[in-house]
Ligand binder design. Structure first.
Ligand code: UDP
Ligand code: MG
Length: 318
């Protein structure tokens, strides 16, 4: 009778028992209001993806799903990481528009309404962009800023200050499904889809409860994925270094020969050892970089699944 969009809000959850109650309450209010005001279809849902939590996360999700049909849940067989959990939510559900947002509500869910209006106007992807990061720690802010700059230098196209809060139409998600890569860095893949996009700005707030599930180790892993999946500049750098050192080596040989010719002897163990050490270091580093890319190929060719679903509750059928 009407052409209201069926929206699906995907929330990855990893040991989030502290925040879930608040998030469930907030999302219930927001979704009911949007449905009442005819912004979205009444069959729209919020899908919690449990990414192998070891606390009560799945119990809380199951209870919410049994009490309110606005919620549904996907239980992954183990921890696959944030990006895997997002994909599980996108690929296992059928909807007209998909939103991905962190369950701790650091990204403002009220923006979803503004995102919807862009979709109504024919956009296919709407990025949520953080306007201020005042509530992040200095370290998180500085490292994130540095990361975006570095990616840009390396020629990787990501939206500045956009993490994984975005809305996509079914059409865009269908294109995303055609990207077969195992090494996931969604925020650099999504711009490759093309289609028309828009940005919505918001202030990032503090976590409502619990603590970050992105320790430095995971942050670094994600950052390296972002660089090595999308840029071959580190490899080019190795080649470039090779050229530079060949050139310097050539000059060095000329100097040595000249010394031998004019003075007859060559003093200089020190310079030899310095060169050997420096070159050894550069060679090992270069091999390491090449090895990293080789490792990527190794992982890609195995084509292992990015997530494994254990249970699904309350989902709309595809
Ligand atoms: N998350 C996940 N699997 C993981 C780590 C995190 O699904 O292995 C989820 C987490 O529950 C949250 C989102 O990813 O919904 C972002 O994590 P977090 O808020 O800890 O990151 P931060 O905001 O501190 O960068
Ligand atoms: Mg967070």
């Amino acid at each position: 009778m009407d052409n209201l969009k069926r929206m699906l809000v995907i929330m990855p959850c990893y040991n989030e028992q502290e925040v879930l109650h608040y998030t469930i309450e907030t999302m219930q209010k927001l979704m009911s209001a949007w449905i009442k005001n005819k912004k979205i279809s009444p069959s729209s849902k919020v899908c919690f993806v449990n990414d192998g939590s070891v606390d009560k996360t799945w119990d809380i999700i199951s209870k919410a799903v049994s009490e309110n049909e606005i919620f549904c849940g996907i239980n992954l067989s183990r921890n696959f990481g944030h990006q895997g959990a997002l994909l599980a939510g996108l690929y296992e559900n059928d909807a007209d528009v998909y939103v991905t947002i962190d369950v701790d509500l650091q990204d403002d869910p009220k923006c979803i309404e503004e995102m919807l209006s862009f979709i109504e106007n024919g956009k296919d992807i709407v990025y949520g962009v953080r306007q201020s990061r005042d509530t992040d720690t200095f370290f998180k802010r500085a490292s994130a800023q540095l990361f975006y700059r570095f990616l840009k230098v390396l020629g990787v196209n990501v939206i500045y200050n956009h993490a994984d809060f975005r809305m996509m139409t079914k059409r865009a998600v269908n294109v995303l499904k055609q990207f077969p890569e195992r090494n996931l860095f969604l925020r650099a893949i999504v711009p490759l889809i093309g289609f028309e996009d828009a940005k919505v700005y918001y202030d990032r707030t503090e976590r409502t409860a619990g603590e970050t599930k992105y320790p430095l180790k995971k942050m670094l892993a994600l950052a390296w994925n972002g660089i090595s999946n999308f840029s071959i500049i580190p490899l080019r750098l190795v080649t470039f270094l090779g050229f530079v050192f060949c050139f310097l080596g050539g000059i060095f040989i000329l100097i040595v020969l000249y010394g031998w010719w004019t003075k007859g002897t060559i003093a200089g163990w020190a310079s030899t050892i310095t060169l050997v050490t420096a070159l050894g270091g550069i060679q090992l580093l270069s091999l390491g970089i090449i090895g990293e890319y080789l490792a990527k190929v190794f992982i890609e060719v195995k084509k292992r699944p990015l997530f494994v679903v254990k249970d699904k509750i309350g989902l709309n059928q595809n």
